[in-house]
Design a protein around this ligand. Structure first.
Ligand SMILES: [Zn+2]
Ligand SMILES: [Zn+2]
Length: 146
């Protein structure tokens, strides 16, 4: 990553972002909601303070639940961000970074939904979703009933 920050964007180039701080708390999230939101078997996310982020072009947002919103490019569909609106922090999908090699994951989150056939033996710690915790206990999913 250039300097301390990083840049990235969607696959069509209509939406670009830059953060002036280096990513922290880089993680995999295996939770079912992240799987659905990124259309893949896990999300890989890099966390920064919202105030360090500037955009070129306009991301669109989908409230995937009553407590979270996920940014994406409305033109090409690339998943870009995850955030709790009441938090000072937000996450970018590592695959949308210009230099994903520089965002090194530190932990596997949401492992209660990790797929049984996905064997990642990287020695990183694992965390379970705290669905009874203060933020999520009253969460209402907006991912529908399938
Ligand atoms: Zn795009
Ligand atoms: Zn998740």
């Amino acid at each position: 990553m250039r300097e301390d920050g990083f840049s990235g964007g969607c696959q069509c180039g209509a939406v670009r972002y830059h953060s002036t701080m280096a990513a922290e708390g880089v993680h995999f999230c295996h939770c079912r909601m992240c799987q659905r939101a990124v259309g893949n078997v896990f999300a890989a996310l890099a966390v920064v303070r919202k105030e360090t982020v500037t955009w070129t072009g306009q991301p669109s947002f989908y409230a995937s639940s009553s407590v979270a919103e996920r940014g994406f490019c409305a033109r090409c569909g690339t998943p870009l961000t995850f955030a709790y609106p009441d938090s000072d922090w937000m996450s970018f999908t590592i695959g949308s970074l210009d230099d994903p090699e520089a965002a090194v994951p530190e932990v596997h989150c949401g492992v209660e939904s990790r797929l049984s056939w996905l064997h990642v033996q990287d020695g990183l710690p694992v965390e379970y979703t705290d669905s009874k915790g203060e933020r999520l206990r009253d969460m209402v999913s907006k991912q529908g009933v399938f």
